[in-house]
Design a protein around this ligand. Structure first.
Ligand SMILES: Nc1ncnc2c1ncn2[C@@H]1O[C@H](COP(=O)(O)OP(=O)(O)O)[C@@H](O)[C@H]1O
Ligand SMILES: [Mg+2]
Length: 478
């Protein structure tokens, strides 16, 4: 391969077709001993060889004459063909190593070779023990996920949840505490391998089904958390909230807080009747959600399990919850986490949220980038609708994993908000196969990298359930 020309960050290489062994997204290093260009392949085209059209037309006319035996003792023909069949490799200049960024290696003295992901991420010399393996030669540092906002996006069935499961279990194996809002009950079986044995995280996996084996003790809910749930999940106006909190304080002063004592306090306290109605209405919704309990000795299992010093995969199985129950639960959990992390009762954790737009209120997004990460909640957002995540989050995201996307609007949405040029995204994203991902951000030192996510031996329940249609075998009669 040789460097052909450069315009801006677009560098074109010329290669003979038979020598070409490159995929979109792969890296090549072009070095002349002084400086090295780090180039990412985004497409391959036929080189525009002068006279090629005329040659092809001439060949077409001679084809019609049948197999001609040409006199070609020096085998010139094969060389001519190799030249005419040469390829133009379109790459993007990502970095210049050694020398100022404007410096270019000599066109003639430059050697071009493929670079492994290890070289690009700079992990070749690091110990594997504290890294997480995501692809064949792709190892990432879990510290780049911690304290960060990570987005995983792509079409349905493109491999997002597969990556999220690999990432979450690896983080837990490395000692991190991970909490998953599991919308479809996909993470509950990660303790087992496909062969039926125990996986690495078997002893660290705890699954809770809210409303079933996990009930929130109402007596342990603080004023602030109750206020968050009432305001953000149930839309209680501020004036009514003040009355509710006053009633709540009264009820606590008289003894242990319960839904019953709250009802009583609200029903008897002097207040405007429409305010009373609004509060009683919300209390009844809270009760009928089935998520809370008045049981005296009950502890909050979620908080107990999360306050571990060892790795923990905490899965909240939300597959049986309706939309309102989901919103109440998520508001409660986030508000509680914020409180406990702030007071130091909990250690930092990593939150995995699948299709978060279905249950997270809009103002939460600002919280994610402004407050959440500072108090110790790192967030991994997984969605098949890239535009459901506001532009603000993309611009502040530390890592983005993008799987196959075909829809032009989705790609443009990413192009507008990420620090990866639109040409790269347009060339690579629609051509990614299932399980192949383009990743950009801290984890890859801000050099966009494409790779195939490792297959996993864990038992997952992500497969879309399909109805098996059994055709009745019809035997011809007679
Ligand atoms: N890298 C991969 N290797 C092997 N199988 C994969 C890979 N990525 C995805 N799959 C499989 O493809 C299917 C869809 O993947 P999934 O991650 O559930 O898609 P999504 O969450 O994007 O809708 C699953 O059955 C999953 O096991
Ligand atoms: Mg999924």
């Amino acid at each position: 391969m040789r460097i052909y020309r450069k315009a801006g960050d677009r560098v074109e290489l010329i290669a003979l077709g038979r020598d070409l062994d490159l995929e979109r997204g792969e890296y090549v290093l072009a070095s002349d001993g002084n400086s090295t260009l780090v180039l990412q392949v985004i497409d391959v085209e036929y080189a525009d060889v002068p006279g090629a059209l005329e040659e092809t037309l001439r060949e077409l006319t001679t084809d019609a004459l049948g197999d001609l035996v040409r006199y070609d003792p020096m085998d010139v023909e094969s060389h001519v063909r190799a030249v005419r069949d040469s390829r133009l490799v379109i790459t993007k200049l990502r970095k210049v190593i050694g020398g100022p960024s404007i410096s270019l290696p000599s066109k003639y003295a430059t050697k071009i070779r493929k670079a492994s992901p290890h070289e690009i991420i700079g992990t070749q010399s690091r110990s594997r023990i504290d890294l997480i393996q995501l692809g064949e030669e792709v190892l990432i540092d879990p510290k780049d996920i911690e304290g960060s906002v990570t987005i995983v996006t792509g079409r349905k069935e493109s491999g997002k949840s597969h990556l999220a499961k690999l990432l979450s279990t690896s983080l837990v194996a490395n000692g991190y505490v991970v909490l998953v809002f599991d919308l479809n009950g996909e993470y509950v079986s990660l303790g087992l391998t496909k062969e039926g044995g125990h996986s690495d995280v078997h002893d660290r996996l705890v699954t809770l089904s809210p409303g079933l084996d996990y009930l929130i003790p109402i007596h342990s809910v603080s004023q602030e958390v109750l206020a968050d749930v009432m305001t953000f999940a149930l839309g209680l106006p501020q004036t009514s909230l003040r009355e509710l909190l006053r009633a709540c304080r009264d009820a606590r002063e008289r003894g242990r807080l319960s839904l019953r004592s709250l009802y009583r306090a609200v029903s008897t306290a002097p207040m405007n009747e429409s305010v009373r109605d609004a509060i009683l209405n919300r209390l009844s919704t809270l009760e009928s959600s089935g998520l809370f309990s008045d049981e005296p000795g009950l502890h909050d299992r979620l908080l107990e399990e999360l306050s571990t010093r060892h790795g923990r995969l905490m899965v909240l199985d939300m597959s049986c919850l309706g939309p309102l129950q989901r919103r109440i639960l998520v508001e409660y959990v986030l508000s509680c986490l914020r409180e406990k992390l702030f007071t130091g009762e909990l250690d930092p954790l990593i939150l995995f949220a699948e299709e978060a737009h279905l249950y997270l209120r809009e103002t939460y997004w600002e919280d994610v980038v402004t407050r959440m990460r500072h108090i110790g909640i790192s967030t991994v957002l997984i969605t098949n609708q890239p535009d459901s995540i506001p532009a603000l989050i993309y611009r502040q995201a530390d890592n983005v994993f993008a799987f196959n996307l075909r829809n032009g609007t989705d790609i443009e949405h990413l192009a507008r908000n990420l620090d990866v040029d639109a040409e790269t995204l347009r060339a690579i994203l629609p051509n990614l196969e299932k399980g192949q991902v383009l990743v950009w951000g801290k984890v890859v030192r801000y050099l966009p990298l494409t790779f195939k996510v490792l297959n996993s031996c864990l038992l997952t329940r992500g497969e879309t359930r399909r109805r098996t249609v059994q055709r009745e075998s019809t035997t011809p009669s007679g």
